[in-house]
Write a protein that binds this ligand. Structure first.
Ligand code: ASP
Length: 327
């Protein structure tokens, strides 16, 4: 593969998200707001420093996501939500825009950093996606130290499970199907993701999540699905999504945004807004995305009350936002 010679003034950029949902000033204490702002700032800076030092978008995106996987504020890594039966099943994926290589893991129960394992699936296996016990077996072969599933237990997420189970109980006694319609977006809030552009002009997208509270039957969301929750192509853009996964899968949200950019010549603003505000809203899907293009432009549309998000680039300083009225 030919290598481009990186110019020192070539643009670099990173954007991250920590989930979208019913996030309003009314339901946020000043302390919690400050915690999120600090965590988002840290994750962005960790990634941006790597890019500034000439590092790859791959390393930058992984470092930003890992910083949030280690923080119980987010629904990823240690903050992962609970499944229906009181366990945790984590999903993650990564894609690079130069080679279109991708790696993903779904339903992993013992891996501290699912995004690292997704990277290893991409770089060290013959496959794109590994799930459940097979993914754990692959991790063991690579020498990963596993953790017990209760490593991901937390009081706050346990309370959310109880509320979700109560809601499901009510909907089953009224004969409704599982509350897909009036499901509280708070139950699956906090997925994390990063998109980055390095000095070589390479885009990467990465996403990691605990999925949806009270999910059943080995449910897999959009986050580990290449094209739904994660997509990167140097010829268009890189996208990481957060929201109601069932919709993001069916509307292949991340790939659709990049396809509009690639084949219709749309800007990332036009493409992102059309998919998030028109297509998804009409379908009833809630959530948002972070998008970056090969020039370092960043756009972060969402159709919920808020989305934890932050960005930094060679042409724009660190910017951390939470609410809709900050758009
Ligand atoms: N998209 C994730 C899922 O459906 C959850 C989220 O992003 O809030 O698993």
């Amino acid at each position: 593969m030919w290598q481009t010679v990186a110019a020192d003034d070539a643009p670099i950029a990173i954007a991250i998200h920590g989930g979208a949902g019913t996030i309003t000033r009314d339901n946020m204490s000043p302390e919690r707001e400050a915690q999120f702002e600090a965590a988002l700032t840290h994750a962005t800076e960790v990634g941006y420093k790597i890019l500034q030092a000439g590092g790859s978008s791959l390393d930058a995106a992984i470092a930003a996501v890992q910083s949030m996987e280690r923080d119980a504020l987010f629904n990823a890594g240690v903050g992962a939500v609970y499944t229906f039966d009181g366990g945790h099943e984590l999903d993650a994926s990564i894609m690079r825009g130069d080679t279109l290589d991708a790696g993903a893991v779904a339903g992993v129960r013992t891996i501290e950093s699912p995004i690292q394992l997704a990277r290893d699936v991409m770089e060290r296996s013959r496959h794109v996606m590994l799930s459940g016990e097979g993914a754990a077996e692959f991790a063991r072969e690579l020498g990963y130290a596993e953790v017990d599933n209760d490593h991901f237990n937390s009081e706050h997420r346990y309370q959310q499970l109880q509320e979700a189970l109560e809601r499901l109980q009510q909907s089953s006694t009224t004969g409704d199907q599982i509350a897909l319609v009036d499901w509280d977006p708070a139950f699956n809030m906090g997925t994390v993701g990063a998109v980055a552009l390095d000095r070589d002009g390479n885009l990467v997208a990465a996403t990691s999540t605990g999925g949806m509270t009270a999910k059943q039957y080995g449910r897999i969301g959009d986050s580990p699905i290449i094209g739904a929750g994660t997509w990167a192509d140097n010829q268009s853009c890189a996208v990481s999504a957060t929201g109601h996964g069932e919709y993001f899968i069916r509307y292949h949200v991340a790939a659709d945004i990049c396809a509009r950019v690639k084949y219709q010549g749309q800007s990332i603003e036009e493409a992102g807004d059309a998919v998030i505000h028109d297509v998804l809203v009409a379908a009833g899907g809630t959530g948002g995305v972070i998008i970056i293009d090969a020039q370092g432009n960043i756009h972060m549309p969402f159709n919920t009350e808020g989305m934890y998000r932050a960005s930094q680039s060679s042409s724009s300083p660190l910017d951390v936002k939470i609410y809709r009225d900050e758009e």
